[in-house]
Write a protein that binds this ligand. Sequence first.
Ligand SMILES: Cc1cc2nc3c(=O)[nH]c(=O)nc-3n(C[C@H](O)[C@H](O)[C@H](O)COP(=O)(O)OP(=O)(O)OC[C@H]3O[C@@H](n4cnc5c(N)ncnc54)[C@H](O)[C@@H]3O)c2cc1C
Length: 840
Amino acid sequence: MALFARFLAKTATRPTTIVTTTTTTDNFITRPLFRSISTTSTTSTILTSSLKPSYSSSLTFQKSPFPANFTSANVNSSVFPVNYYSFHSITLKRCHLSQLCPTTIQTRLFSTSRFLHNNNNPKTNPPSQLSPVKSTLKLFELKTWQFFRLILQSIGVIVTSVAALFFLFFLYDATTYAGDDENSENGSAGKTIPVPYFALHPQRGGPKNLPIFDACLDDLDTPEKQLETTRPRLVVLGTGWGTVALLKQLYANDYDVIVVSPTNYFLFTPLLPSATVGTLETRSLVQPIRGMLRSINAHFLQAEAVDVLFNEQLVEVAATNPETGAKENFYIPYDKVVVGVGSISNKHGVDGLEHCLKLKTVDDVTSIRTKIVRNIEAACLPTTSDEERKRLLSFVICGGGPTGVELAAELFDVVREDLTKRYPKILRSEVSVHIVQSRSHILNTYDQSISNYTEKRFGKDGVDVITNSRVNKILPDRVIFTQINEDGTKTLKELPYGICIWSTGVDKAPLTRAITERLGKPHQRNHRAIETDSHLRIIGAPLGTAYAIGDCSTVRTSIADEIERLLRDGVLNSKRYYQMEIEDAVAMPVTNRPVTSAPVEEHLALPITAQPVSNTSQSSPNLDKLGNPSETTITQDPSANTPHHLQPRRHIHAIEDDKDLSQLSLTFDDFLVLARTIRSKFPQTRVHISRLEELFRQYDHDGSGTLSYAELEEMLAAIDKKITSLPATAQRAFQQGKYLGRKMGRLVRLSDRLRVADVKYGDVDASICKPFMYHHLGSLAYIGNAAVFDMNGHSFFGGILAMYAWRAAYFAQTVSFRTRALICMDWLKRGLFGRDLSGV
Ligand SMILES: Cc1cc2nc3c(=O)[nH]c(=O)nc-3n(C[C@H](O)[C@H](O)[C@H](O)COP(=O)(O)OP(=O)(O)OC[C@H]3O[C@@H](n4cnc5c(N)ncnc54)[C@H](O)[C@@H]3O)c2cc1C
């Protein structure tokens, strides 16, 4: 400030002429205004041609130095005298623009005087009184001053902004605390709160005469909740990927929703491996469920479903009694139930799994993290022998799928980034990470190039990948496994471990087992999950009342088993329709009839032959419609020219009679109808039932132009083998939940119309919604400061950039802004302070 005051004092003693020309810009501050300064005159003159109004108005503030008739209007086009000192006082004290940025004014003034000094035109620009040396010094003085001033201003702006943010935060924070207002929702102490009688005194009933939970404690809390009690009851079991996706699709007043789960949060599983080593915190991966349920006025019960009684429409639930600690069971009646209880780890019949840790739940993460820290600290003790230290620092992961690989990568990250910095160096050389994989490659469900890349990268990092090895037994300190050598011989090996983590596929959860056992065969035949149809309805349960989604379920796609139903629903129905058409046609006046003289019965009895024709022949309209390439076309002889809908069908009577189904032989047209039926009922078969003509010819072994029942059976069995069951992933569970949520909404909104139309039976789901179709969006995995992506046949992999892409993909999938913010903070925390390896 002192420096600036000195500069003002000096310049103020020198009367100046200031000549301004146009300001063509929008911003006075950032663009030059002053073009020349003359220090010869005792008065200053400002020539303005198009000053901005803001500048003009600022000049009018300082009235005294100007002529009495001076107004803001004439500033724009007048030449008027003004004392230089006055000018400074205008620009620096009065003019709000220059107050905003006085530095700019100085710069302009100074550079103008420099310009004058170098300008040789004495008429318009008389020489400056400043010598070149002084001018340079002044320039330096000003530049230094400007620099410090800029820094001070920046600091000021930052400090003010931070203070303002803090202020706003505390202001907001203050509004989040409950007030003392007696009328508020919170001031209800001492007031009578209405609670449904049966919520406190449930009736008993059902096969086990258990309490029936027919009303909830909060049913009467709000008018909205009261309204929900009049809606159909939807019981949702689980708070995982599938069920949360479903709940998010529902609207308030659709259903009276009751969610039952032993965990009152949703867990973002894909980032669990990062939480085992402290890259992320477990709390950042969970989303409290009650917050999510508020918008649909749903109820939550922290309990475990143990059985579903489909005929009685009751869910048996077990809850822990807080007084006795014992489990107490009760029933929840439902109109519709959705089972989404996930899965448990597959034990594969291996002994000693109790010595292993698993990675499925928040508790598992905490156990692994604590054990890692304990082992590392124990390894640092002087009392620990060399051998024991190596064992403590040996991490064995059984299973080379995405979870196992990501866990190994995270463990290796700790070793590489944290252990070396904070622990004795010897630990680094003695830590070992092993993956035991039964297949020939890790990440074997991914593209081969991805497996190779990952193995190469792990090899470089020192992660030991043991392939073709099946674990036989887990001892308290060793894993015993059999490795198949390249020559086919087997070797029994053992691997000492400090921590062994079991991560090898999924198995039925207890409730899933109970449900499949209850429904039994032939409804439930899958040994891993509850079987549903393509509409996600549990097979064997009353139609439209019970659904299953996510890991606990599998969509049945064995079309060979459904052959009879498919024939009846598809071909037979279409033929009935066709017969009606023909009967109509026969009843038509002669003039309108198609060109055919034979009676209907004759048409039906006409033989159909399939004849391959030349490549140049015209394609069948059916094939064209289905978009299949047709090198050869099957033509129907002798009525090839008759309209298509009246083409003869030979086997209609055979199909109509159920007993004769095995005598059936299908023409190509029948086969087209059947293919359409299969694809609509089993969308997952679409890829395999595409080249219809080729398929037809392949299985028409006798070249008769028709498919016999046996040939058809063989074809469908072959297609069955090609269909892989849907993967047990969050992606699938999420898609199923979303699909079912939408359908549930539609069902309830259409229910009034169905009631009016007196529709009580039949496949309502199928009539309002297409079957569920899974769209695989790709798979990705973190492999230690690198990531791999398998996007439907296109593979990408790479280092740190790929890792950020991986993070971005999961970041986008997290369910709330809260978890996103927490995850971001965790990543930042790791970057700034390293991973938290405290053993709390
Ligand atoms: C470590 C790890 C990493 C993974 N990474 C990925 C990945 O990167 N990408 C991917 O697509 N998939 C991944 N998965 C798989 C994914 O988590 C599962 O496929 C997905 O969670 C299945 O969803 P779900 O809704 O079927 O069950 P879950 O999400 O497992 O939820 C089941 C819910 O049911 C509740 N429950 C359990 N028993 C009962 C009961 N008896 N009564 C009531 N409620 C019950 C549970 O508390 C839980 O809330 C990973 C899994 C793990 C363990």
